[in-house]
Ligand binder design. Structure first.
Ligand code: EPZ
Length: 422
């Protein structure tokens, strides 16, 4: 298992290009199953989650070719059972359900286990697909969905206890593209990745309107055709490097970003005393660490609120920001694995009932730490950039799930990091 050595104290500067979005790529790759024609998806990041998705598509019988960031998929003859040994490793595999059900009238997908950020139920996905006419059974750890009489449009509300569901919205939207009649999803997730998927589906000939708002309407069509699509930039990768720049930066420029997708992150960084400037077209930004950083409070919310995927990274910044900051995660209340590791580095953090209270300390100190989930691991890398000494981050595979070549990007910015192949 690879590990990352981060020799703290070297300021970062310069410019890097942000990769395509992992969380847009995953449902878009799954949506390629909705047609038997060639689909080409560009700017798919080379991370293990997209590699898993490619393996699942191949396991279903699709012909998949990947060259650099481009993936070509031809799913002209596919089975209905997603390979368990890969699906069980990636919760996002759940987004195969909608396309497989719409294409084959039946699908068998392994139930995702829990994960370190908390229980990951799929009740809303199943409720939505049942509303379209599918019958759901749980057998041998699999969800078996069947719709022998096809799928029929209806109105579905997808709000759960913790708000909307991103992949649940994706699943129902994908299935509804080939349903008989019109489907309206209320309490739909508004994330940019849902909008990117809707644009992809429409370029296949689907009729989706309202994506990006809480009400999405899908008019079913008989067939979808192939297309070529560029995935949007990864707003969470961009946000992670924005925080790196606020922590250790002397002017860092991120190219290929989308200003509108980053507004809640920019707002918190500015409130915490750092400088964030976008260019005219809003596709590049430059961040300077502020001279007098101040504490700030965050409550995560569904988009366009502050993203849960960015709370660990901001906690790493607050760990050495003078004063007391608070971070509350309303979406994944247990998502605080990073706090115990940051405390090993000298951070002063108390976690209580879904809220972390962070008292800024002067400096963190290096320690061997353990990566756990994707974003918690990114937070440890950020903290290590300014910690005294060399921090050893083990189980780097967690980071490789969602950050494309993070060590190379940090090196390009002048950070003193070393990937050690174990
Ligand atoms: C997506 O996961 C993202 N993953 C997650 O990013 C992100 O944290 C999450 O949305 C929230 O923004 C991908 O897009 C691949 P949800 P998803 O369904 O769709 C509850 C990362 O770090 N819920 O929006 O699986 C759920 O427990 C990953 O890149 C139900 O109750 O999340 C949570 O509390 C981590 N029943 C809330 O809804 C359901 O059927 C939001 O979850 C589904 C979800």
């Amino acid at each position: 298992m690879d590990k990352l050595l981060v020799h703290g104290g070297t300021p970062i500067h310069g410019a890097i290009t942000i990769s395509g979005s992992k969380n847009a790529s995953l449902p878009i790759l799954a949506a390629a199953l909705l047609t038997e024609e060639d689909v080409v998806v560009r700017r798919v990041p080379d991370v293990s989650d997209t590699n898993y998705m490619v393996q699942i598509l191949t396991g279903l019988g699709a012909d998949v070719e990947r060259f650099s960031g481009t993936v070509r998929i031809t799913a002209d003859d596919i089975t209905d059972t997603a390979p368990y040994d890969i699906v069980r490793r990636m919760r996002a595999s759940v987004c195969m359900m909608g396309p497989l059900l719409a294409r084959n009238g039946r699908c068998v997908v392994a139930l995702p286990g829990g994960c370190v950020i908390g229980d990951r139920p799929v009740d809303l996905h199943i409720r939505g697909l049942e509303a379209l006419g599918a019958k759901a059974e749980i057998e041998g750890g699999n969800v078996i969905l069947s719709a022998p009489d096809g799928l029929h449009g209806t109105t579905i509300d997808l709000c759960g206890e913790n708000g909307p569901t991103v992949l649940g919205t994706d699943n129902v939207m994908m299935a509804a593209t080939l349903a008989e009649g019109t489907t309206t999803i209320t309490s739909a997730a508004c994330e940019p990745e849902v909008v990117d998927l809707a644009e992809f589906l429409n370029s296949m000939g689907a009729k989706v309107t309202g994506a990006g708002t809480p009400t999405i309407t899908i008019e079913g069509v008989a067939k979808l055709h192939g297309c070529v699509h560029n995935v949007i930039p990864d707003r969470i990768e961009a946000g992670t490097f924005m925080v790196a720049a606020a922590l250790a930066g002397e002017g860092v420029t991120l190219r290929r970003v989308h200003e509108g997708h980053l507004s809640s992150i920019s707002a918190i960084l500015r409130r915490a005393g750092h400088q964030v400037k976008f260019n005219e077209s809003g596709d590049a930004c430059t961040i300077h660490r502020g001279d007098n950083p101040v504490p700030a409070d965050i409550v995560t919310e569904p988009y366009p609120g502050y993203p849960t995927d960015m709370q660990a990274q901001m906690t790493a910044l607050f760990a050495t920001t003078p004063g007391t900051s608070q971070v509350t995660d309303t979406i994944f209340p247990q998502r605080f694995m990073h706090c115990s590791e940051l405390k090993r580095m000298g951070a002063d953090i108390q976690v209580h009932e879904g809220t972390a209270t962070i008292k800024g300390v002067d400096k963190l100190s290096a320690a061997p730490v353990m990566a756990s989930d994707l974003r918690a691991s990114a937070a440890l890398v950020l903290a290590a950039l300014t910690a005294e000494g060399t921090t050893e981050i083990n189980r780097l595979y967690h980071i490789d799930r969602g950050y494309e070549h993070i060590d190379e990007k940090l090196e390009a910015l002048g950070a003193n990091v070393e990937r050690v192949r174990a």
